[in-house]
Design a protein around this ligand. Structure first.
Ligand SMILES: Nc1ncnc2c1ncn2[C@@H]1O[C@H](COP(=O)(O)OP(=O)(O)OP(=O)(O)O)[C@@H](O)[C@H]1O
Ligand SMILES: [Mg+2]
Length: 266
């Protein structure tokens, strides 16, 4: 939703002139963007454009060199990943980050840990309360497992699952946080067509059913153009385009950035 001035009416996330360099490499150069609450917002761009670095700054894995990142008015720069997760921001990783030796259910329970109040010590002191809390969290983890249609796999060893299912469990781990904002770094990379279609459906359902705002990094242009409300394009650390799928698709700067401009034709 754009207001009359072309701005965003209800931003959940405001990134303002954020930059990050590694030695001589300027990974992100003064990027600003706003994400509308409840939207599906995609970040695209060629390899090395700075997409993951930007998401790493939002989620606290990298500290921005400059600028500001506000989530519902709260400054995120300077906070640790756990503190940012507690605010309601969950993420998945470009390379699967699961505990391979644990079951699917245990991976989801770990995803809920920032929502758990009982520490090890308080477990000894108020065993009953901790027990009750554990039951509540387990119920939510089971709900997410049902939502992702992996009930028959809940006791399976995560490391032994097919790649596409591991990606789905990783989405589950992020959803277990009950996030307001979900950052997905290439959730469909390496998937076959059927697995991709499933993942697209889950992303759309999370957005529609839970009202979760989604920030999606994805290379599959067909998917991005299809499901995004808004797209930002990065190239060599710089934002080169920002608009609706139609606007971005027609932007000569975007076509130039992608050597194979055929990517953009569905
Ligand atoms: N921890 C790091 N240390 C050094 N350089 C880094 C680090 N993280 C990112 N970079 C560099 O920053 C630039 C942007 O990388 P980034 O991973 O953000 O790109 P990307 O858009 O996610 O690319 P891809 O599509 O390949 O995932 C690259 O030149 C990369 O080598
Ligand atoms: Mg990346």
């Amino acid at each position: 939703m754009l207001d009359s001035s072309g701005g965003i009416s209800d931003p959940i996330l405001t990134v303002d002139k954020v930059a990050k360099s590694f030695g001589g490499v300027q990974a992100v150069r003064e990027v600003s963007l706003q994400v509308e609450r409840g939207s599906i917002f995609s970040i695209i761009g060629p390899n090395g454009a700075g997409k993951t670095s930007l998401v790493n700054m939002i989620s606290g894995f990298y500290k921005a060199d400059q600028g500001s990142i506000k989530f519902d008015g709260t400054e995120l720069i300077g906070r640790k990943p756990n503190g940012i997760a507690e605010l309601g921001i969950a993420r998945t990783f470009q390379n699967i980050a699961l505990f391979r030796g644990l079951t699917v259910l245990d991976n989801l329970m770990l995803g809920r840990h920032v929502r758990m109040k009982s520490s090890v010590l308080s477990c000894f002191m108020y065993w009953g309360a901790a027990q009750k809390e554990e039951i509540h969290h387990r119920k939510r983890a089971e709900e997410i497992i049902d939502f992702l249609r992996i009930s028959d796999l809940r006791r399976a060893n995560t490391g032994e699952l097919a790649y596409g299912l591991q990606k789905r469990v990783e989405l589950g781990r992020a959803l277990a946080l009950d996030p307001t904002l979900l950052l997905l770094d290439e959730p469909m990379a390496g998937m076959n067509q059927e697995e991709k279609e499933d993942m697209v459906r889950y992303v759309l359902d999370v957005n529609a059913e839970f009202g979760t705002t989604i920030v999606l990094i994805e290379h599959d242009m067909g998917v991005v153009m299809d499901i995004s409300d808004h797209i930002v394009v990065l190239d060599q650390g710089e934002k080169i385009s920002d608009g609706t799928p139609e606007q971005v698709k027609a932007d000569p700067a975007v076509i130039r950035a992608y050597l194979g401009a055929s990517h953009l034709q569905e």
